[in-house]
Design a protein around this ligand. Structure first.
Ligand code: ASP
Length: 587
């Protein structure tokens, strides 16, 4: 057994005989003396082998990077002038006496220090080596601390950790299901849970009162953004609590984790209604580290002789919004063209702009391809409304409200990143008062959260105007990322049926898909609600990582495959036969 981890040795161990086990991080031959940097999960120690111990010296000379070794030696102070202040073990070294090679290693596909030189696919294929990098090790250790802190909070507040099934029926959260064929029930399939939503609600009906689970969820989505087909939620549900109480508790939990693990005080989280978030920031997860806001100018544009603006300005579903970027007049034509391309991803057909060069010269001081269409009055009125100053640039979006909010909302963040306009390190908030439904685009309605979210109105009000009904849902947002979300649930069967109906799920289908829930609601379902946090995203934000893949031990690629195991893979004809599956020949 080891006596110490390599990374633990300090000056206080000088004179002690130690046994270390680990990997050869680097081997250096310094004129007849061999230096081995030996690494384990706690760090690296330098071990020196002198030629006077012939046998171990020879072995030390023979080892290569990533060999696994055991060694015995004595800790001593590093000679003057060789101290390494950048290493926690930099004040000492170990004089190696005995060396055993526990296992050899072939030359690894990349050196840990040079991981950036190889593509992510190579690293993912050899993930077990990539995971040896101290940076990733630290991230996964931090993740473990986060889950432990969350558990401590929840355990301490009476939440019970209860597991729910992985092989189950569809739980709609807006994505496609991963399906698993049943061998024993020909032609039938399990769905992997998109979340434990329905089971946690049933646990409330069963009287467990407070539940949590660090739960794997599965969503078959087109992986545009930084998503994973399987990811981890901290899933929480409680009975007899209203939204204020649930939000209060969740906020206290997250604040505590930041305080304890990072010494960061997130303060009290402000609340913002969904409509306000969309209006001011063009997003339901506004990044409040940036103070720029979208400003509506449709009233000023409705009369201009310029259809691109006047059209959406007069359309009740349209929007014309301006974004003033302080100091943005420095942007070059090329940069503006790049932003035009950027907003086109969100469906915007162009990006109008006005550079404010010299306001004191009136419209003459505005540089823009559109001022001539807007006319002097409107141009100056807009400048006034925005409080524009010399040196600013103003961008405009004019289209359907959805496109303008998304495009200019995203531009706001992109420009802020590019021009260094992010003003704070952390900006949490709650977004509340979401609409119950949104339009599907095919004439129907779909649930903005999920179909089990309670409306904040009565059954009758919901029936008469579902489009304007608000829900009792809440999202926790941090730095423009949705950390978690949830709602008070429907606990009344009649209300649940109405919501299904509005969503176009007729009684028969509702009974077939969600009969177990509808039945449970008949037998004494308490008022309840909850939420779920995306653990991967939380850890990503806390560790300042660029992608959730950096905080997941074995992540999948953007195309939802595992480079390491080559999953998904083909299966044998015999297995398919057993499952009664015949594959359609691909042309
Ligand atoms: N089940 C929800 C989700 O996965 C969270 C919740 O409503 O508790 O987004």
């Amino acid at each position: 057994m080891r006596s110490h981890y390599c990374g633990e040795l300090r000056e206080e161990h000088i004179g002690e005989d130690v046994t270390l086990m680990g990997w050869v991080h680097r081997r250096r031959d310094h004129g007849g003396v061999i230096f081995l940097d030996v690494r384990d999960r706690e760090g690296i120690s330098q071990v020196v082998f002198d030629p006077d111990r012939e046998e171990s010296f020879k072995l030390a000379d023979s080892v290569r990077s990533e060999f696994v070794i055991e060694l015995r030696g004595t800790v001593r102070a590093r000679p003057d002038g060789t101290l390494n202040k950048d290493m926690s073990t930099g004040g000492i070294e170990v004089l190696g006496k005995e060396l055993i090679i526990l296992n050899k290693a072939e030359t690894p596909p990349f050196q840990l220090d040079d991981h950036q030189q190889v593509g992510e696919d190579v690293r993912l294929r050899h993930r077990y080596i990539d995971l040896r990098r101290p940076e990733i090790q630290n991230k996964l250790r931090f993740r473990s601390k986060v889950t432990s802190a969350l558990r401590t909070y929840l355990d301490g507040h009476g939440f019970l950790d209860i597991e729910t099934p992985i092989l189950t029926r569809a739980t709609p959260e807006g994505a496609r299901d991963y399906l698993v064929p049943s061998r024993t029930h020909e032609g039938s399939f399990f769905a992997l849970p998109q979340s434990p939503q329905l089971f946690k609600q049933l646990l409330m009906v069963s009287g467990f009162d407070r539940y949590y689970q660090i739960a794997k969820c599965f969503r078959d989505e087109d992986l545009r953004a930084d998503r994973q087909p399987e990811f981890t939620q901290v899933d929480i549900e409680a009975s007899f609590m209203n939204e204020e109480e649930i939000m209060g508790m969740a906020e206290e939990m997250i604040r505590g984790v930041f305080q304890n693990l990072m010494n960061v005080d997130l303060g009290e989280f402000p609340r913002m209604p969904y409509a306000e978030a969309m209006r001011r920031f063009g997003s339901d997860k506004p990044d409040l580290r940036i103070s720029m806001e979208l400003v509506d100018v449709a009233d000023l544009m409705a009369t201009v002789d310029f259809k691109v603006f006047a059209g959406p300005a007069k359309d009740p579903k349209g929007r014309v919004a301006a974004l003033k970027v302080p100091g943005g007049a420095v942007l070059t034509r090329k940069q503006i063209d790049d932003y035009t391309k950027f907003v086109s991803i969100y469906g915007a057909r162009g990006l109008a702009w006005i550079k404010v060069n010299a306001l004191e010269d009136g419209v003459e001081g505005l540089q823009s391809p559109i001022v001539k269409f807007l006319g002097e009055d409107v141009s100056l009125q807009i400048m006034q409304r925005l409080g524009a100053k010399n040196g600013d640039i103003v961008f405009f979006g004019a289209d359907s409200a959805k496109i303008v909010s998304e495009a200019i909302g995203a531009l706001r963040i992109k420009v802020a990143e590019d021009l260094g306009l992010i003003e704070r390190e952390w900006a949490p908030l709650w977004v509340v008062d979401f609409p119950m439904f949104e339009e599907t685009g095919k004439g129907g309605l779909t649930a903005l959260h999920h179909p089990f979210t309670a409306p904040s109105c009565s059954v009758d009000e919901l029936k008469s105007s579902p489009e304007t009904a608000l829900s009792r849902a809440y999202d926790m947002v941090l730095n423009g990322t949705e950390l978690g979300g949830g709602s008070i649930r429907i606990h009344d069967q009649a209300m649940q049926k109405v919501v299904f109906k509005i969503l176009g799920i007729e009684d028969e289908e509702a009974q077939e898909k969600f009969g177990f829930l509808l039945n449970a609601l008949k037998y004494g379902a308490p008022p309840h609600g909850g939420l779920a946090f995306g653990l991967d995203r939380l850890v990503m934000l806390m560790t300042g990582s660029d992608s959730i893949r950096e905080v997941i031990a074995f992540p999948k690629t953007q195309s939802a495959s595992c480079m390491l195991t080559d999953a998904p893979g083909e299966v044998s004809a015999a297995q398919l036969h057993e499952l009664n599956i015949r594959l359609r020949k691909t042309p």
